[in-house]
Design a protein around this ligand. Sequence first.
Ligand code: NDP
Length: 279
Amino acid sequence: MAQIIDGKKISQEIKDELKEAVAVLKEKGVEGALAVIQVGADPASSVYVRNKKRACEYIGIRSESYELPEGTSEEELLSLIQKLNDDSNINGILCQLPVPAHMDENKIIRAIAPGKDVDGFHTQNVGALVVGQSGFVSCTPAGIIQLLKRSGIDIAGKHCVVVGRSNIVGKPMALLMLKENATVTVCHSKTADLKGICREADILIVAIGKPKFITAEYVKEGAAVIDVGIHRQENGKLCGDVDFDAVETIAGAITPVPGGVGPMTIAMLMNNCVEVMTR
Ligand code: NDP
């Protein structure tokens, strides 16, 4: 049976470490505040936003909420972001994605000052990751690195296959694994022989958005399997992109859904918020 990588426990450890760091910073007079913007009332986004605000409260930083109606114009949102960029009491800004269809998501992301972009989505931060300079890193991939390291899984020299090439998960994930000295292969919907390539992975990271797509035939015996996907099934339970029950019997280590990658995303967001406070 595979080692179950416990994201809930690891994310709690990280949040506890951050809570201590925030207390020390507060003693030195450094306060943290995250501005959380949500446009519209998408229920999934509301859950994420609520969890992010709770995490801020837990580690001891202030969160400011901006809940804007669905019909907000792009100009209004951009002017709010500008106001927050200029506000020295705010050190992190995030705009919950997706924004409504009448807005240009890239324009919104670019409007956030790179130094306050705790989501790590701004092209300046992405560029810094590409060339190996310091900057904010997208939270989900950064959380996966922590999951691997804190579970005692060596990365250097391993063959890592990342399935998915989105800007927020797949691409930064591949770059981070490269930075950790893995040999990296990135797969996507046009990859020929996906199964064969996945079977070569020592570490298989899956972010494709297709429930239970990765079955045991995609996995080399003993591989570490990281499942980024989150899906609500008809029975109301959550599942990932990996068929957990089948893959668990062959993998060396595996993340469950829920309780694997999910909780790490918020922990790493908090990590980025604390990083701004130390700058
Ligand atoms: P996107 O939809 O942006 O990207 C999906 C990627 O998967 C694309 O690169 C696509 O390829 C590739 N893909 C789709 N189908 C296949 C296939 N059959 N074979 C190989 N590759 C395929 O998704 P995200 O990266 O944003 O998210 C992926 C999943 O992770 C979702 O379920 C999402 O809900 C979840 N997620 C979870 C988070 C967490 O905190 N746990 C955070 C972010 C996302 P192509 O580029 O060719 O189209």
